[in-house]
Design a protein around this ligand. Structure first.
Ligand SMILES: [Zn+2]
Ligand SMILES: [Zn+2]
Length: 344
């Protein structure tokens, strides 16, 4: 099969075309696995973190891609969940142990043996991939393959971030950064918390205009003065300055949820301006979001199918994956980016 693979860790500045074509033998499913003919695969900022070494894959070369939609092509003899031809999705969670204290209490995202799709195991930038059947997800009929792909990561992790804010209807929410995840969270909040106001902080004017069309109550630059204090803020930026500013603008007891697998180092000195009474006093909280559980993926897909939430997507050919990665890095195009891999 054909795949786009990562062979070495480097920044996009050093190597603007980090993924290259490689032929692989077709994978064969084990007794518990399904073989998926990949239709589309989303491109995510986390792939930049893998490529540039902030969350490096343990083995190279590796096939990236963790927002996979395709059809079941073959199954292992013990698989009962699916049949050949079923449409399935695979998200960032490729596997977890199932018996540790975290897995037992529904926090399989924190499992020490957590494996990520397209980092610890081969992902979806390929014609075929295998995954344990219990870690594959049914895609609701209301979505096309391309619409479903960004829901599997940007949507599911955004859903988890929103859960962790503990927002109640009527409370103010801030979204710092407005990429693929935040634009889905905004739509989810407008649907589930109709009396809450959403404040969007984004550097680009196009992103701010887009946020307005989706129902943001207010938009501004990440450095603008906040017009109101906020009960919760979800940060999806790769930077530190927005963290300090967000903390200053939380209500007492408010919570900042950082939805970023790693932060970049360029403005880390901003943390030296952290002042206890201004930024932390009055029981303000900071919490990060790590990975997703299967519940996050499935519950988000269910809720998204109800309204239905249709993500804005831009499609690229698999061969143009490096262009899509550079577009994410330069933030020149809003919404989700999806690779078209095979016509099914
Ligand atoms: Zn992702
Ligand atoms: Zn576990």
């Amino acid at each position: 099969m054909r795949a786009m693979v990562l062979k070495k860790i480097a920044s996009l500045e050093e190597n603007p075309a980090p993924l290259e074509f490689m032929e692989f033998p077709d994978p064969v499913p084990t007794a518990e696995e399904i073989l998926i003919r990949v239709s589309v695969c989303g491109v995510c900022h986390t792939e930049l973190d893998e490529i540039e070494g902030r969350t490096p894959p343990p083995h190279l070369p590796i096939i990236l891609g963790h927002q996979v939609v395709g059809r079941v092509e073959a199954l292992g003899e013990k698989v009962k969940e699916f049949k050949v031809g079923d449409r399935v999705g695979v998200a960032w969670i490729y596997s977890a142990c199932g018996y540790c204290e975290y897995c037992q209490r529904g926090e399989e995202n924190l499992c020490k043996q957590f494996q990520a799709t397209g980092r610890d195991a081969h992902g979806g930038y390929a014609e075929l991939m295998t995954v344990s059947a219990v870690f594959a997800h049914v895609i609701p009929d209301v979505f096309t393959d391309a619409q479903a792909a960004p829901l599997l990561c940007a949507g599911a992790v955004g859903f988890r971030a929103l859960r962790l804010t503990r927002l109640k209807d009527g409370q103010n929410l801030g979204l710092s950064g407005f990429g693929a995840s935040a634009h889905l969270v905004l739509q989810l909040v407008r649907n589930r918390f109709p009396n809450s106001k959403v404040f969007v902080f984004a550097r680009s004017e196009a992103e701010r205009a887009f946020a307005h069309t989706l129902g943001a109550a207010w938009t501004g630059n990440t450095t603008d003065i906040y017009p109101e204090k906020l009960h919760a803020i979800i940060d999806t930026t790769p930077a530190w300055t927005p963290i300090v500013e967000a903390l200053e603008n939380l209500e007492p007891g408010g919570r900042l949820v950082i939805n970023a697998i790693r932060k970049e180092g360029a403005d880390k000195n901003a943390l030296l301006t952290l002042d206890y009474s201004t930024h932390l006093w009055l029981e303000k909280e900071i919490k990060s979001v790590a990975n997703v559980t299967r519940f996050d993926v499935r519950e988000f897909l269910r809720q998204a199918a109800e309204f239905p939430l249709k993500p804005a997507v831009k499609e690229y050919d698999l061969a143009d994956v490096n262009l899509a990665l550079n577009d994410i890095k330069s933030k020149s195009i809003h919404g989700g980016k999806v690779l078209r891999i095979s016509e099914i």
